[in-house]
Design a protein around this ligand. Structure first.
Ligand SMILES: [Zn+2]
Length: 499
């Protein structure tokens, strides 16, 4: 990942919507109801998988989790094609007697929805994971990205953290519940979604808008939680429960020029110079810092393990939150993750000028991606950028609204279930609320009244995330020795909620 997560402990599996969304055409035919046969004909199994059949030995939970993760990584979903990954999963649910369907928002852009029936004593629980991944083009991978490779004590591959491990764990544990005929106190809805990395338009948002009835849950678990390990991977520092997210907003800047031959550059009104001035101002600007309760809780958990240079500032901030003294701020912002956790950020990510070196541009363009702290608004950020730029030749346009939502409360049965699972396995390890600097599908769920929480099987270290091994970067990987404890922890949380 491009260090998108302020809360390093949540940096293991959270996705940041990195690109503007592609337009998605809804499928023309309405889907059949859940109880009917699935949309797709029985698919062939993945090459690396054993064909599912009634006679096949049923793998124990962790073995199945690991096998499913490797299968999922082997299907390249970095440019759509989620249906191909989901068809063998649907077959597994059918074999286990679980009603399942694949709903396509566009050809190949499948979303799997399955439902395990409970007694109805409690309102349904939704388990959601996205199965698309970010592209690998231009990244210096040292292993094949679409093969799960075991090397140096890590499992490597695109999606190993974000978010195929969550998807694999959800499938493995719900299949176990179905096969053992576990007496569920509530319906368990599984949603494996498309296109999260490009805004959720092909997946979670499309499901919420077009198939709201299938997502009639009270609470949901999604990516964005997990455990932060010490940098030597010896033990967990804290477990995070994602409750809120920064707001994603891209702005476009454009300055028009006259064009012409590059041997006769303009002596005034060069659009590139005007754009560059604006971008320097934005790049050097620091939005006001503020320490929200989630970030304060994160600093408290991080403090005993923080690098020496940050310890004093962190102590001060814990005492002064939400305020932060300029001297402490100056120390903490040396770390990009801490910085993203305490303020709105805007950064230039794309530039465009002339199509050829000897041609003057008729237009110089840039895209600036902002991540807005909860409590602040898009309009405030736009106004701040306009004030900074202060040049009528630079046209600032607000990009597509990717949505936002109020935080889920850091209390109630999910938080209780996490505390119980952590206490039983890692006594004394804190459970902290998480503010994500990236965005996930959770905002769409929160907006339709589902209390969504970031709780996942991911366990990794700050050092791994900083090195880019967490999510979105090249050589995405996870430590093998923590895979089983992570999967076990996640299963325990779910079982507490549904049994
Ligand atoms: Zn993700």
């Amino acid at each position: 990942m491009r260090r998108t997560h302020a809360v390093a402990l949540l940096g293991l599996s959270l996705a940041g919507c990195a690109a503007d969304a592609a337009t998605v055409t809804p499928a023309s035919a309405p889907p059949p109801p859940l109880a009917s046969a699935p949309v797709a004909p029985a698919p062939p199994p993945l090459a690396s998988a054993s064909p599912p059949s009634a006679a096949a030995p049923q793998l124990p939970y962790f073995a199945q989790y690991r096998q499913l993760l490797e299968q999922m990584v082997s299907v390249d979903t970095s440019h759509g094609g989620e249906t191909k990954l989901l068809e063998p999963i649907a077959a597994l649910y059918r074999d286990a007697g679980v009603p399942v369907q694949i709903l396509e928002s566009a050809p190949g852009r499948g979303n799997l929805v399955a439902r395990l029936k409970g007694s109805g004593a409690k309102k349904p629980l939704l388990l959601l994971a996205h199965v698309d991944v970010v592209p690998v083009e231009g990244q210096p991978w040292t292993v094949p990205p679409f093969t799960a490779t075991e090397k140096d004590g890590f499992l490597w591959g695109r999606g190993i953290n974000d978010d195929k491990s969550m998807a694999a764990a959800i499938v493995a544990l719900t299949l176990e519940l179905a096969r053992t005929h576990a007496p569920l106190t509530r319906d368990v809805i599984v949603a494996l979604t498309a296109g999260e990395e490009t805004g959720g338009f092909a997946g979670a948002r499309w499901l919420c808008e077009n198939h709201r009835d299938l997502l009639d849950a009270d609470i949901a678990l999604n990516e964005g939680g997990g455990a932060q390990l010490t940098d030597d991977l010896a033990k967990p520092i804290a477990f995070g429960v994602g409750v809120s997210e920064k707001i994603f907003q891209t702005f476009s800047l454009e300055v028009k020029g006259k064009g012409g031959h590059s041997s006769r550059p303009p002596t005034s009104g060069d659009p590139v110079v005007a754009l560059a001035r604006a971008l320097v101002k934005i790049g050097e600007y620091r939005f006001p810092a503020k320490v929200l309760p989630e970030q304060k809780a994160y600093f408290e958990a991080e403090l005993p393990f923080a690098e020496k240079e940050y310890v004093a500032a962190m102590k001060h901030v814990i005492a002064s939150a939400p305020r932060i003294a300029p001297a402490d701020e100056a120390v903490l912002v040396k770390d990009a993750g801490y910085n993203a956790g305490i303020r709105t950020t805007c950064v230039t990510t794309m530039l465009e000028g002339s199509p050829q070196a000897n041609v003057l541009p008729t237009s110089a363009k840039a895209k600036v991606n902002c991540r807005i702290l909860p409590g602040e608004t898009r309009a405030q950020v736009k106004a701040a950028l306009e004030k900074l730029i202060a040049d009528p030749n630079v046209v600032l346009t607000q990009g597509e609204d990717f949505g936002d939502a109020a935080a889920s409360p850091f209390e109630g049965e999910v938080v209780d279930a996490v505390r119980k699972a952590v206490q039983e396995r890692f006594p004394g390890t804190p459970v902290v609320p998480g503010l994500s600097s990236g965005t996930t599908d959770s905002r769409y769920l929160r907006n339709i009244g589902i209390k969504a929480y970031g709780v996942s099987p991911g366990m990794g270290s700050r050092a791994e995330a900083t090195a880019g091994h967490g999510a979105h970067g090249p050589d995405e990987r996870k430590p093998i020795k923590w895979m089983e404890p992570g999967a076990d922890y996640f299963r325990a949380v779910v079982r507490t909620l549904v049994l």
